[in-house]
Design a protein around this ligand. Sequence first.
Ligand SMILES: [Zn+2]
Ligand SMILES: [Zn+2]
Length: 240
Amino acid sequence: MKLLVLGTGTAIPRIERGSSAYLVTARGAKVLVDVGPAVVRRLLEKGHEVDDVDVIVLTHFHVDHTADLSTFFFACNYGRVPRQKPLTVIGGKGLTRFYRGLRAVYPWVVPKSYDLTIQRLVNGSLTVSGLTITTVPVNHNPESIAVRLDGKRSITFSGDTDVSPNLVRLADRTDILVAECAFPERKVKGHLNLAALDRIVQRTRPERVILTHLYPDWDNWPGVLHAPYLIGEDGMEMEV
Ligand SMILES: [Zn+2]
Ligand SMILES: [Zn+2]
């Protein structure tokens, strides 16, 4: 499995940290987790195209996680070559309504040349090319989900979340946990800080924890992190 971190930022526009997105390549399938602003271009910068992606998982509908979904759909219709291969979009409660809303304002997102599956997946699993995708609801928005991808190894994405027992269950013994840790110290409702995340990590024991969704509080934070923690950076790639 390969993990490419496309964005580690938040709603705050920053040069160094783009909004949320991660690309996982496993068993020939490519899964894009979240599609924040400018992610379509970010994929290009890292040598990938929208056509490479088989599955998109939306952890929730906040703009910093979904803004480029319309751009993605538009590129599938009007890119260099119209998309042929099927695309599955997975999300939580209200996904169909969300997609219908996009179609209402952007009729050009309706697929012209490929099959699109809009798949609500909460507390369930789906297997694509031998890769199992499992989601659970987490505490952030009503539609928020965390997602775990299991191939030979596993990567779990917390999505935006506050402390969530479901996340503890999902991330148990995962190899890599890509965890939101919005702030090192201050605790804001709907998000994690280091202390809250550490309680989850103590119980789930991932081999490595990549911190993401990082607010500017992290810029001048004087602390030092030890294994298994790693501060996420845009463009970070790792073999899992
Ligand atoms: Zn967010
Ligand atoms: Zn959010």
